[in-house]
Design a protein around this ligand. Structure first.
Ligand SMILES: C[C@H](OP(=O)(O)OC[C@@H](O)[C@@H](O)[C@@H](O)Cn1c2nc(=O)[nH]c(=O)c-2cc2ccc(O)cc21)C(=O)N[C@@H](CCC(=O)N[C@@H](CCC(=O)O)C(=O)O)C(=O)O
Length: 145
């Protein structure tokens, strides 16, 4: 059941523009980050506004599940979207032309280690970000609904 609501674009220009390009081209453009690594678009409900929010994130996929790393480049605080997923775990993820519904859950312990390793394999800079902060970067795993 797709998410419904009023879309509120991100305040971050490059993220908003990338989402727009990605969606306009069905994931054919705007699907890579600055280093040419694959990106997905996450759609979620705002924890406070209840509006539809969208953000590009790195593509980390394994057997139909996806990981999302709340890295924010190694900043001391979590990205805002972290709180959206905590409040509203029903999300949509678009990978290329395919958009599906998922349930997001934050992972810990051994499961965290397995998915964090997969995430670093997909985007090695995550390991550099983690060195920049004492905040343990949260990882969500998305399971198809
Ligand atoms: C600036 C803020 O963005 P954010 O949610 O903190 O997310 C920051 C970044 O993570 C976001 O820009 C990502 O797209 C950056 N980013 C990645 N960020 C990551 O953390 N991990 C990634 O793997 C990642 C990859 C990536 C690839 C390409 C690209 O272009 C960007 C990438 C934002 O959009 N704020 C909105 C509010 C958004 C929101 O969801 N508000 C909630 C309230 C939430 C609350 O306050 O509790 C609501 O509507 O209710 C605003 O100020 O209008």
């Amino acid at each position: 059941m797709p998410l419904t609501g009023e879309y509120e674009p991100s305040a971050v220009d490059f993220a908003r523009d990338q989402v727009e390009l990605f969606e306009r081209t069905g994931g054919a453009e705007g699907n890579l980050n600055h280093a040419g690594k694959p990106v997905i678009v996450l759609t979620m409900l705002g924890a406070k506004s209840g509006k539809l929010r969208k953000t590009p994130l790195m593509r980390v996929e394994h057997d139909g599940e996806y990981a999302l790393v709340a890295s924010l480049g190694g900043a001391p605080k979590n990205p805002v979207w972290y709180y959206n997923l905590t409040a509203n775990p029903h999300v949509e993820l678009q990978d290329g032309p395919v958009k599906k519904d998922y349930r997001a859950r934050e992972v810990h312990g051994e499961e965290y280690d397995v998915w964090y390793e997969r995430s670093v394999a997909a985007w090695p800079d995550y390991a550099e970000y983690q060195k920049k902060t004492t905040r343990k970067m949260p990882v969500f795993v998305l399971t198809p609904l």
